[in-house]
Write a protein that binds this ligand. Structure first.
Ligand code: SF4
Ligand code: SF4
Length: 456
């Protein structure tokens, strides 16, 4: 008999134990002696009854031998590699310049102040590189992102136009990620492409809150400028996704912000949606005031009525729900409707699925580290030259290749955390950077303890 390596156990207030297998997704409440048995506590003071053994095997906590679990791990990975959500993402940064200095921005100031711009030749070369990469990866699924800096600056007009023209010629869809300050300058240019585009704009709270966070270099707020331009885009059937970056400084104002969207009747448009995201510190540059994701989702659960979230077409991104998803799902209290599936790759950058074309001719594997030559995978201009070894490191960056993660009981729930942070703290993107994962999971389970106890 072999006990799975991927079992999390948690003691409930009534002495029973919650057990969760991060590989199979099974979750059960059992007596303490079973939990101790699964934790391989020594000396083994208990022999399972035949019924118990059958139950635990049926739920994926026990196997006849280790190889059975290994085979399951391989099958899941094959499935994920073939059917996972991982389109290849091609990110175009027309320039790295930005007109704002948001308080939590992860891009270093010197990069945001750079005046380098993509040229037309670079855009053409980037698309040729995209074609080559798709061929090399033997993939057909891809999308594009226009990013920066701020991509929709007036100075980028013709380059953004060329990127859209090239993308349309290839029939691929994409997203423009903008701060929205110069949105109207682009309405005419974007019009012929609106069926293949989503425009993501960030609004972080009602005016007073947003204007403390998303400010111009002259310290002016941007709320009025941005919101005044959105109506016309919605009326013209543009797909507008408002992103709200949440932390301790603005979470209490989320309700008020959603009321504002409703007062403006933006939710009357089917092409309007809201996406909630935690402010993260992946790149190590962002501001204090961050809150663990479970605290943000708990706040939303308690203070924002569910029907309001539905009415306003609000979704929570996976950074908010990753760790809590299976637990909330069992309790029926989750804000995300997805089912739990074991994950091997932490983000779309891990797995080598992101190629960012920067004005400095370099290709970067993640959008948080653009402009730092240490992270370059190679160049796309004048032609594509990638360092195969560096690329292989990102492609192979999954929990099973991270020595510490591979043996971690929550490996397939955490999925190995951020490669950039891993490198920063351990010197290798394959290193184990747990950050606050275990602490936050433990605190969240403590919060849910009474609900699970009531179930048992
Ligand atoms: S990063 Fe830490 S918590 Fe996450 S899987 Fe690896 S060892 Fe486990
Ligand atoms: S490596 Fe992944 S998690 Fe880390 S900053 Fe890049 S995209 Fe984000």
């Amino acid at each position: 008999m072999y006990i799975s390596e991927y079992i999390l156990t948690y003691r409930l207030r009534n002495g029973r134990h919650l057990i969760f297998n991060s590989l199979s997704g099974a979750m059960d409440i059992v007596e303490e002696h079973i939990s101790q048995f699964l934790q391989k506590q020594q000396p083994v003071a208990y022999t399972l009854t035949a019924d118990e053994e059958q139950f635990l095997a049926g739920r994926g906590y026990l196997y006849r031998e280790r190889e059975e679990e290994q085979a399951l791990i391989r099958r899941y990975k094959e499935y994920l590699d073939q059917h996972g959500s991982g389109d290849i993402s091609f990110v175009f940064c027309p320039s790295m310049t930005c007109n704002l200095k948001c308080v939590y921005c992860f891009e270093p100031q010197e990069i945001r102040s750079s005046h380098e711009q993509m040229t037309e030749d670079q855009v053409q070369a980037a698309f040729l590189a995209m074609d080559q990469i798709m061929q090399q990866q033997q993939s057909t699924r891809h999308h594009f992102v226009i990013f920066g800096g701020e991509p929709l600056l007036p100075l980028n007009h013709s380059i953004v136009g060329l990127i859209l023209e090239q993308a349309k010629a290839r029939g691929i869809t994409g997203t423009v990620i903008s701060n929205g300050v110069f949105l109207s300058h682009y309405q005419e240019l974007l019009e012929p492409y609106k069926d293949m585009l989503r425009i993501q704009l960030t609004i972080d709270g009602p005016q007073a809150v947003h204007d403390r966070r998303r400010i111009t270099r002259a310290n002016e707020g941007t709320f009025m400028k941005i919101t005044a331009q959105i109506d016309s885009f919605l009326e013209h059937d543009f797909d507008i996704a408002i992103r709200v970056n949440l932390d301790g400084e603005n979470i209490e104002h989320l309700n008020e912000l959603l009321d504002f969207f409703q007062e403006r009747q933006w939710n009357a448009y089917p092409n309007f949606s809201v996406s909630l995201s935690p402010v993260e510190n992946y790149a190590g540059n962002s501001a204090p005031g961050l809150l663990p994701s479970y605290q943000l989702t708990e706040f939303i659960k308690v203070h924002v009525p569910n029907d309001k979230l539905k009415r306003l077409n609000v979704v929570l991104n996976s950074d908010l729900t990753r760790l809590s998803l299976p637990f909330e799902h069992v309790l029926g209290t989750g804000l995300a409707k997805d089912n739990y599936f074991p994950n091997y790759y932490f983000c779309e950058a891990a797995g080598g699925k992101t190629f960012t074309f920067s004005p400095d001719h370099q290709v970067y594997p993640c959008t948080s580290i653009i402009g730092n030559p240490k992270w370059s995978l190679g160049t796309y201009y004048p032609q594509l030259k990638l360092d195969d070894q560096k690329l292989a490191l990102w492609k192979e960056r999954h929990v099973l290749n991270q020595p510490e993660c591979k043996g971690c009981n929550i490996a397939f729930l955490c999925s190995g955390n951020c490669p950039v942070q891993a490198d920063r703290t351990t010197g290798s993107i394959l290193g184990a950077y747990c950050g606050n994962v275990k602490r936050d999971l433990d605190s969240h389970l403590e919060l849910l303890n009474a609900s699970f106890t009531a179930l048992s």
